[in-house]
Design a protein around this ligand. Sequence first.
Ligand code: NAG
Length: 298
Amino acid sequence: MHFVQTFKSVASLVAGLALVSPTLAVPVETTQELSQRASSGAKRILLWPWINTNEVENNIAPALKATASTLADSGHFKLVANWETWHPDEVPKSLAFSPQLATRDHFSGERWNQLMDVLSWQKDAIVQSLNEPDLAGVSAADAANLWSQLVNLRKSHGVKLVTPACTSNPASKDWLSDFMGRVGGDSKPDYLGVHFYTTSTNSADQEIEYAKNYITEQYNAYKIPVFISEISSTSRDPAAAKKFIEDMSNWMDQQDFVFGYGFTGWSRKPADEFSSPAAQLLNESGGLTDLGKWLAGV
Ligand SMILES: *[C@@H]1O[C@H](CO)[C@@H](O)[C@H](O)[C@H]1NC(C)=O
């Protein structure tokens, strides 16, 4: 998936105001209750792409701001991530932020400084590293060198570290095994980054089986809890996309070795040709689709 961009947030640091709907029928939970519930069970990661922040800041889709608050307050997410080292201002900070050093560029200069800023206020941050290095042409040796910079950060800041997240292409297994052979001992990752996308022409049942097997194999290879930083259906059939997302969510919720998982699709338009309109979690105005509501439990 290709959300890695050069967009830089103009940090306006406006505190997100929680929107309280007058028609809210359920009892209102306190922030503390919500965060306790999130830490006790919620495994969902809100993949909130940089383009949403851009569209809020430029007033292109103001509805995204209310949607961000609804999602952060839902208690169904444990983390928000945006393939970036800077925090999206429109997402309330009650939802923990997981910064990502998605490309080599993130390991120095402004992106690195933005990470340092985040670590000054985000306690116990879970830091993600390279995005699909197997596709981006970064060697396992180069990735391991960059990783040592993160290991130093773990020592100095007490963060937790997620491995580079490869594609689910068969060739990525060799890349990952090469990388993992270089990061033992003190350098051992806390979480294994995993991506999974379906083949659009297969049935939902087939892809659900592939996905379960793939994720389980990844865990069994290294015995490190998996952090599924991108997953979705690419089927154009709405029923198949819905079945994949719902069944996989229920299954991942039940696996102890799955630390967290993020479905893609939290954008007004599909990210690219590969992404399916049927798996979108936001509609064109920035409101939640039925699937988005289901994932947020709202
Ligand atoms: C988008 O979703 C919101 C909330 O679910 C809804 O109120 C709105 O009508 C939808 N807009 C479109 C264009 O579908």
